[in-house]
Design a protein. Structure first.
Length: 375
């Protein structure tokens, strides 16, 4: 068997798909990975090659719509597949799913799969066919429909996304699909760490409006008016996205002192260890990996009652669910942890248990391989 995994972001190959790649290599398969920004000699490429993977640098722009550039991506993937002749192809994130699936079908790859890890910018916000986002949504839906029509199975990370693709006709009745528990988390690497003595909240995310970053900051302000000693961490970076937080806006929050911002971290474990409660006020996710990492490290969670997010929290058990964009409710949930500090330890212990039972990355990978007929 020759397996090709197509990604839109090189670092995600080991960070998110490491256990899946390990399982494939253990099965004595020839495993290829393709992603942008993997030139010969680069540290990321060397790390992948050291695992025994065949690595291919592809011209893929993760964000933006440029028909010529995207067509070049499709042609490059088609040429790659005709050259290495994979028996199985799996793409994840929007462009690798769309152009990887189309190329695999044109190349005659026998087994073609797609993993929908989230819906992204085009699917957020109100339905408005005349807006820029509405037009983008219409185009993305058409491309998805074309691409997924040629796949043998589509994986989703939450049932809401699967139902949406079915209801919109993006996924045809004859195309099989299944839901897996996100990307999973390495429960050994993300081990339980002691809680800090004082309440501290944390959000790790690309700095996008749709991640609820502004709501997090506004809720932090409310909490600090009653408890000015409480600290709020914000880890992440400004992404190339129409919904990105502006640099001036971020600089204002830091100058105000409402959040601590160390920037982007290669290893988020020390940041999670420094917090008592993890917060993600996102509008919609596939399954949020940072929440799973915080759960594995024994942290209580505050997140939204939104697709992908609500699956990670049993409200009142390992954290609290709040409505999307509800700053007052978010602040109230934070205040419960400040004023009842014993909640963080109790709910954090439950988070760890749920992570072990439901989100272990090796279990998720085994399920995917079984569904692809490889296990």
């Amino acid at each position: 068997m020759t397996f090709l995994l197509v990604a839109g972001y090189a670092d995600s190959l080991l960070n998110f798909r490491g256990p899946l790649l390990e399982a494939l290599l253990a099965g004595d398969s020839t495993v290829h990975v393709a992603a942008p920004a993997l030139p010969p000699g680069s540290p990321a490429r060397q790390q992948l090659e050291a695992r025994g993977l065949q690595v291919h640098d592809i011209p893929l722009r993760r964000t933006g719509l440029n028909p010529l550039a995207d067509f070049a991506t499709l042609l490059h993937l088609l040429g790659l597949m005709r050259r290495i002749r994979p028996t199985h192809v799996l793409g994840y994130t929007i462009k690798p799913v769309i152009y990887g699936s189309i190329a695999a079908r044109l190349a005659g790859v026998p087994y073609r799969f797609a993993l929908i890890t989230g819906l992204g910018y085009a699917f957020q916000g109100q339905e408005d066919g005349g807006s820029r986002r509405g037009l983008l949504r219409s185009l993305v839906q058409r491309l998805y429909r074309l691409a997924l029509g040629g796949t043998h199975k589509v994986f989703f990370q939450n049932p809401d996304d699967e139902a949406l693709f079915r209801s919109l006709g993006i996924l045809q009745p004859g195309t099989p699909s299944c839901v897996v528990n996100g990307s999973g988390v390495d429960v050994v690497r993300f081990a339980v760490s002691p809680l800090p003595a004082a309440p501290r909240f944390l959000l790790i995310a690309r700095l996008l409006g749709d991640k609820g970053v502004r709501e997090y900051v506004q809720a932090a302000r409310q909490v600090r008016t009653r408890h000015p000693e409480v600290q709020f961490g914000l880890v992440g970076w400004i992404d190339e996205n129409p919904d990105a937080i502006r640099q001036a806006e971020l600089d204002g929050w830091v100058a105000e002192g409402v959040v601590d911002f160390p920037g982007r971290l290669n290893d988020v474990r020390p940041a999670i260890a420094s917090c008592s409660v993890y917060v993600l006020p996102s509008y919609r996710e596939g399954t949020p990996r940072t929440v799973l990492e915080a759960m594995a490290m024994g942290r209580a969670i505050i997140t939204t009652d939104a697709p992908g997010c609500r699956e990670t929290v049993e409200d009142g058990d390992n954290g609290f669910l709040v409505p999307v964009k509800a700053v007052d409710e978010l602040a109230a949930a934070m205040l419960r942890f400040v004023e009842q500090p014993e909640l963080a330890a109790r709910m954090g212990a439950r988070s760890r248990k749920i992570a072990e039972e439901k989100y272990d990355a090796h279990q998720v990978s085994a399920r995917m391989l079984e569904e692809m007929g490889i296990a």
